[in-house]
Design a protein around this ligand. Structure first.
Ligand code: RUB
Length: 307
């Protein structure tokens, strides 16, 4: 349980962050927990796995990759403790391998849409979006990137470091400069924390502003998302919760100490409606947002649970 608590803490404090990384870390935590779990009966085993699953899922509310990963990794059918343990270890490892392969596939598929000379804008720090950009660059395409700072946590600084490691020409801009620069951009590529059944995207706060500006300037808006970022719960009407983080991330509390009438809001994600999305690059191919429902039903293959 100690290792699970450690992983949960790292997810909560964002030492581990980004929907894909969170999902893999949770799958690893479940796997290692199951491997060392001492249970006298199947009931005990099931209750412990259930408890740890809920605990991990509760760390951050928005990235649907987290509950999806936990559900996939912790699946078992056997009524025997040793067999169930092995099933979980196998399923968690399968999930982790699949997640790594998905990033590669997204890179390969998405990079085919990148042309020589393209200026690409990206937001926050998405490993899936970066996989497309770096794969295109490594294939010899002459591209450059405009990366947003992504306040308040400034994940854009991780993005520019990553791009710099690949020697990709990169410009850092503040979030409010997105529309100003959009006329110079050819394509916007962002990642996803969740995609709803109606094709709407949930991603880092400010993503919808990139989408609006791209729409206005008639620039292509691409989303890079593994199939485990699609949300089965939205089919049955459950909304995706937007995480609101501490105001300390936005402003030092001392600034607010003598401002009793001021309140700070810090939503970590926003919604981009499907009509602003040109394509979603997934590990099973490029799809229009209208196909989100089909991905959930046919490719995730997960039961919807209690309705
Ligand atoms: C990260 C974020 C990323 C998505 C996709 O938010 O919004 O764009 O998670 O990332 P946070 P990836 O930093 O708050 O976790 O493609 O790496 O899964």
């Amino acid at each position: 349980m100690e290792k699970v608590q450690e992983t949960a803490e790292k997810i909560r404090t964002m030492e581990i962050r980004g929907a894909g990384r969170i999902a893999k870390a949770a799958a690893e935590a479940i796997r290692d927990y199951a491997a060392g779990l001492e249970a006298a009966s199947m009931e005990e085993f099931a209750a412990s796995i259930q408890e740890v699953s809920s605990f991990l899922i509760g760390t951050r509310p928005t990235a649907v990759s987290l509950p999806n990963a936990v559900k996939l990794a912790s699946r078992y059918s056997s009524e025997n403790v040793e067999e169930a343990r092995q099933e979980i270890i196998t399923n968690a490892n399968l999930f982790i391998e699949r997640a790594d392969r998905a990033l590669e596939k997204i890179g390969k598929i998405g990079s085919r849409r990148i042309q020589d000379g393209d200026v690409i804008m990206t937001h926050c720090n998405s490993h899936a979006a970066l996989s497309i950009i770096t794969t295109a660059f490594e294939a010899g395409k002459d591209i450059s990137v405009l990366a947003t700072e992504s306040r308040p946590r400034r994940q854009g600084l991780l993005t520019i470091r990553h791009l710099n490691d690949f020697s990709i020409p990169t410009t850092l801009i503040v979030d409010s400069a997105v529309r100003y620069y959009m006329k110079r951009v050819d394509k916007v590529i962002v990642g996803a924390d969740a995609i709803a059944a109606n094709g709407a995207l949930v991603n880092k706060i400010g993503t919808s502003q990139l989408a609006l500006a791209a729409h206005e300037a008639r620039k292509s808006f691409m989303v890079a998302a593994e199939t485990f970022k699609f949300s089965p719960n939205t089919i049955v009407g459950n909304p995706i919760e937007i995480e609101e983080r501490d105001s300390d991330e936005v402003v030092n509390p001392s600034v607010l100490a003598d401002l009793p009438h001021v309140r700070v809001r810090n939503p970590a994600f926003d919604f981009t409606p499907s009509e602003y999305i040109d394509m979603i690059v997934t590990d099973i191919g490029i799809i229009p947002p209208a196909m989100a429902y089909t991905v959930i039903k046919e490719h995730l293959g997960w039961e919807l649970g209690e309705i």
